[in-house]
Design a protein around this ligand. Structure first.
Ligand SMILES: Cc1cc2nc3c(=O)[nH]c(=O)nc-3n(C[C@H](O)[C@H](O)[C@H](O)COP(=O)(O)OP(=O)(O)OC[C@H]3O[C@@H](n4cnc5c(N)ncnc54)[C@H](O)[C@@H]3O)c2cc1C
Ligand SMILES: *[C@@H]1O[C@H](CO)[C@@H](O)[C@H](O)[C@H]1NC(C)=O
Length: 492
């Protein structure tokens, strides 16, 4: 259901190379329309176009008074993108060294990225421009990933999100399930095994206090699996507070890491089945981001202060996407049909009290919000109103059940401003205070598929004690040479 789109999948891009390696080149990525995102602010529409130059040029056309601010932003975005690898380095060098660099202030001499990372997005944007619409367009991706208002989030993570899609947006051919489908054979070929419906109950700790395996529950039976290294991708909260034995959890080093992070935002999704093909309905492979007005900090503050009963009538933002319009195989698989997903943010607390007494009340609450979201979407796409054949909604409880997200988080821990302070960047890393236990995935780097992938790479470096990024750079160079050679041959 997730993975609406991914950036940086252009030929020979680093992320593309990693995913090609992981899927043995079998996963195909389809590029969305050049105009890949539309941002709707009140009654005004802005369009984002892919392309190294086109991205900024088309933005300037829509904000003719704001050329200087846009140029400045693009420059800072580049600094953030270039420096992002240094944030990873801070997680990979020995902790004592990171701490020394931070304590002495040396890191600020090494790169401006560390100061930018610790700067609030709103603060920086207010310095650049007073145009609130432009500020919104330079922030529009924030809530599905970071989940905190721009005033409480880092400039760097916001800038990285925009940078991620600057070269374009892609969708996996056949849908998101293809990602796992093509990775599994690669794991198996390397001697690995993939178990499903096999919950890890706990991490085994031997008498030396080192991780030595896991207990897995499969078909109601428990089995111990021993291993020299345990890597957990279940997120920092699941790993530390559910999988580690009690006496390990209370370690001050574990507690100190836990105090640095908090649960991220939940999501509310509506899945809509529609009669008619993409052509018949005039649907595009573009995503729509709708905001009630252009003060995102205010919008988040008032959304957060709503009582549960007030939510349905006061949804201030949502995202609309048509997965079927993005996937060229969709019509083969579901002839004559289309689908739409609407997404907004949701708080776990709305649903929490319902866990125990989920009945018609809960269904009403949920479908009330879903119907409101559909109504609002129909204002933009009136042509599908009579064509809707199926509606299903998902809340933070859905994420909790299907993703084991402890509080229905959509993207793991909250990626707030404090997460990008150098001390936190350095501390939350692949190595844990428990020997032979490593963390991987989004919580140790950043949200989204790309963030999780870097989490995986950082973890690989830690386990293998080898900087696999260097291997990747070599591979990229080799491919570039080959590409040049083939294009020369073609020319000849
Ligand atoms: C609806 C939705 C849409 C999204 N859309 C996009 C998008 O368009 N683009 C994008 O880049 N990102 C998107 N994301 C975010 C992206 O999916 C995540 O950031 C990414 O999947 C994180 O990867 P991960 O491997 O760190 O964690 P996860 O993918 O959450 O994997 C963690 C795994 O651990 C398992 N687990 C937990 N506890 C246990 C246990 N005890 N035993 C066994 N297994 C356990 C869980 O079942 C889960 O499979 C979306 C997320 C959602 C929810
Ligand atoms: C971010 O989360 C941490 C951990 O819970 C919290 O201490 C901090 O105050 C938060 N920072 C912001 C800017 O919201």
């Amino acid at each position: 259901l997730g993975i609406h789109y991914l950036g940086q999948m252009h030929e020979n891009g680093m992320l593309r190379i990693v995913l090609d390696q992981l899927t043995n080149g079998q996963l195909d990525w389809i590029e969305l329309d050049a105009q890949f995102d539309t941002v709707i602010v009140g009654s005004r529409q802005y369009h984002l176009y892919s392309g190294k130059q086109r991205f900024a040029e088309t933005m300037k056309k829509q904000f003719p008074q704001e050329h200087e601010a846009i140029d400045k932003f693009m420059k800072l975005m580049k600094t953030a993108a270039k420096g992002a690898s240094l944030l990873a380095v801070l997680k990979m060098i020995p902790l004592w060294l990171s701490k020394l660099l931070i304590r002495t202030g040396l890191i600020y001499w090494i790169s401006p990225v560390f100061r930018l990372a610790a700067t609030s997005h709103s603060e920086l944007l207010n310095d650049l421009t007073s145009n609130k619409d432009l500020q919104t367009v330079l922030t529009y991706l924030f809530y599905v990933s970071i989940g905190v208002p721009p005033k409480d989030s880092s400039f760097v993570v916001n800038a990285l999100l925009l940078h991620h899609y600057k070269r374009g947006a892609w969708y996996p051919r056949g849908g998101a399930s293809e990602i796992a489908f093509h990775i599994i054979p690669v794991i198996q070929k390397a001697g690995g095994a993939v178990l499903v419906r096999a919950r890890v109950k706990c991490i085994l700790i031997n008498e030396d206090g080192k991780a030595s395996g896991v207990t897995v529950v499969k078909d109601q039976e428990e089995e111990k699996v021993f291993a020299p290294v345990v890597i957990s991708n279940a997120g920092i909260f699941n790993t530390y507070t559910r999988l580690l034995p009690q006496k390990m959890q209370t370690k001050p080093t574990i507690q100190s890491q836990l105090s640095m992070v908090q649960h991220g935002m939940g999501s509310f999704l509506v899945f809509v089945g529609i009669k008619g093909t993409k052509e018949e309905l005039g649907l595009k492979s573009t995503n729509y981001w709708v905001y009630k007005h252009n003060d995102l900090d205010e919008l988040m503050t008032s959304y957060a202060s709503l009582r549960k009963e007030e939510v349905a009538d006061n949804i201030p933002m949502f995202f609309i996407t048509f997965p079927s319009a993005k996937d060229p195989t969709f019509n083969e698989r579901h002839p004559g049909n289309s689908c739409m997903t609407i997404l907004t943010m949701a708080w776990y607390e709305w649903a929490e009290e319902q866990v125990k007494k989920r009945g018609t009340d809960y269904d009403d609450f949920k479908m009330n919000i879903a119907n409101k979201l559909i109504d609002m979407a129909m204002e933009i796409f009136p042509q599908i109103r009579d064509k809707i054949e199926f509606v299903e909604a998902a809340t933070p409880l859905t994420n909790q059940f299907y993703l084991s997200a402890p509080q229905g988080e959509m993207c793991g821990i909250e990626q707030n401003l404090s997460c990008f302070f150098p001390e936190v960047v350095a501390t939350i890393r692949a190595e844990t205070p428990v020997k032979n236990l490593y963390l991987s995935g989004q919580d140790i780097f950043s949200c989204g598929l790309a963030g999780a992938l870097h989490g995986g790479l950082i973890c690989t470096c830690a386990v293998l004690k080898r900087i696999v990024y260097i291997d990747l750079i070599c591979l990229k160079k080799k491919k570039k040479k080959k590409l040049k050679w083939t294009s020369k041959k073609k020319e000849a």
